[in-house]
Design a protein around this ligand. Structure first.
Ligand code: FAD
Length: 489
């Protein structure tokens, strides 16, 4: 037995399974559903997620299926976040619905050999010193799976989190969101429409194929989860009209759902051989499209570390760094999205005034737009280095540097199985190009002040900077050798 078991074939589980398979790890993924959830809710895919897909060579599959908009929002304010100046190959949001995202991810995972078992439900776990035994209920009855590690990618109710005894805490619900996929006979002229009034708010997004997402919030305290309660087309039309003065010709819906606005963050992302990623680790208020994106980023951080552990070259503390790095990111996303809750779920004159003031500031203060955009897009994540004298780039996401030979960083960081050593000086480094490192020599094009004097850098498989130096000559050679020693056992 040498295997990772994943529970949940949502976006997080599918991406994690693919990362592990790409690094040569045997993966079994169990999913209780027998068919995809047509009401899976996300549609906003942020620049950092597009970069991750690009680094594995599959971003075009997503881009071709959806459409892009060069902006996002903070708290559904009227003045939107302008993504034009973001330092990325993808300065826009991709509008593509979650069922289609899952379809593409599933096809990719199956192509890499991930063993996906639909109709198989996780029912329990037992941790042993060297393995974890997973109880499964499948179409043929109950059975057990043994794995080296178990990852719960099983959504916000997470049976895996409960079985592992991991607690979660957060805020109670203060309102109920409603959302549907609909046909509108008289849709808004813009493909991303939002409105706010004392009666509530309304968001309408063109998702292609003649369909629109339409939704909003009802201010209603309480944690009562009435997502299963049916709500009618007439109710939806009434809510839309109360806010916007029109129901935009709302004619037909393909699915409708409601959700509460409670938030939760798991106390830890790892308990022994059990790890959590995605909504099982964090239930995020849906402001600006962060849940699916953050789950993908969790999986991208965990995938290569788990693969390195399974493949035998990881330093002892590498797997623990998953919680150390991603738990603070989960907490930060919670904070950022919670800050938007009053703006999106309260409809008093005071909040209306706050919305107006903040909206004007976003439009008038470019620095504010930049900070909020970098956060929302997922591009500003830094994993703080442990060494106090680390180069300032350490832990930051490496930008998509381009080189004279036509390559670019996103193409070079193409696998979760190895690091990339960038040799940026004219005199080549003398290093052993053995697993888990590949060397690329060349000078980066363009002028990036942060990178101007960097002579070598080591990029992690997830695209973050592990080490960088501005040394030259023998000092550079010695520093590179020392850095390479730290990344493997
Ligand atoms: C209204 C709304 C809009 C949203 N819009 C966006 C957006 O635009 N962008 C964005 O980034 N996020 C958005 N989100 C959040 C996004 O939908 C979730 O964050 C995302 O689905 C999380 O993915 P996941 O794979 O972690 O979990 P899930 O998608 O919940 O997948 C978990 C999987 O685990 C399976 N499972 C559960 N229990 C078991 C078991 N016992 N055995 C086997 N399998 C099991 C489930 O069947 C499911 O398939 C939105 C959320 C809401 C409510």
């Amino acid at each position: 037995m040498s295997r990772v078991v994943i529970v949940g074939a949502g976006p997080t589980g599918l991406w994690l399974g693919s990362e592990l398979a790409l690094a040569g790890v045997d993966v079994t993924l169990i999913e209780q559903r027998t068919e995809r959830n047509p009401a899976a809710r996300a549609f906003t895919n942020h620049p950092r997620t597009l970069e991750l897909w690009a680094s594995r060579g599959i971003v075009d599959r997503f881009l071709e299926a959806g459409h892009t908009v060069p902006h996002s929002h903070f708290g559904l304010l009227d003045d939107r976040l302008d993504f034009h100046d973001l330092d990325t190959r993808f300065p826009h949001v991709l509008i593509l619905e979650q069922p289609r995202i899952e379809e593409i991810l599933e096809e990719y995972a199956l192509g890499l050999g991930v063993d996906i078992r639909f109709g198989h439900a996780f029912t329990g776990l037992t941790q042993r010193p060297d393995s974890v035994v997973v109880s499964v209920s499948g179409p043929g009855g109950e059975y057990e799976l043994e794995g080296d590690y178990l990852v719960g990618c099983d959504g916000s109710r997470s049976p895996v989190r409960a079985a592992a005894g991991i607690g979660a805490s957060g805020t109670e619900s203060t309102g109920v969101s409603w959302i549907a996929e609909a046909v509108l006979d008289d849709p808004p002229e813009v493909n991303y429409y939002s409105a706010h009034s004392p009666a509530g708010n309304l968001l309408i997004v063109d998702v292609g194929n003649g369909r629109h997402r339409i939704g909003g919030f009802d201010a209603r305290p309480g944690d009562q989860d009435d997502s299963a309660v049916e709500f009618t087309l007439a109710e939806m039309a009434e809510k839309a009209t109360a806010v916007a003065g029109t129901d935009f010709g709302l004619r037909e819906t393909f699915w409708r759902s409601r959700d509460i606005s409670a938030t939760r963050l798991a106390d830890t992302y790892r308990a022994g051989r059990v790890l959590l990623a995605g909504d099982s680790a964090h239930r995020i208020f849906p402001a600006g499209g962060r849940g699916l994106n953050t789950g993908m980023h969790d999986a991208h951080n965990l995938g290569w570390k788990l693969a390195a552990t399974m493949n035998g070259w990881a330093p002892d503390d590498l797997l623990d760094s998953y919680h150390e790095e991603r738990h603070p990111v989960g907490a930060a996303v919670m904070r950022f999205t919670r800050a938007q809750m009053p703006l999106m779920t309260q409809f008093t004159p005071q909040i209306a005034a706050l919305r107006e003031v903040l909206s004007e500031m976003i439009a008038r203060v470019p620095e504010l737009n930049r900070i909020l955009s970098e956060n929302t897009s997922g591009l500003d994540v830094v994993y703080p280095p442990k060494a106090p004298d680390a180069h300032p780039l350490t832990g930051r996401r490496a930008p998509d540097l381009t080189f004279g030979d036509g390559t670019s960083l996103l193409g070079l960081v193409s696998t979760p199985a190895r690091y990339l050593l960038l040799d940026l000086a004219s005199h080549p480094l003398d290093v052993d190009e053995a697993a888990p490192v590949v060397v690329h020599s060349g000078t980066a094009e363009g002028d990036r002040p942060d990178w101007r004097n960097v002579t070598a850098a080591l990029i992690r498989p997830d695209g973050h900077v592990a080490w960088a130096t501005e040394e030259t000559g023998e000092a550079r050679q010695a520093a590179a050798e020392a850095a390479l020693k730290t990344i493997r056992r």
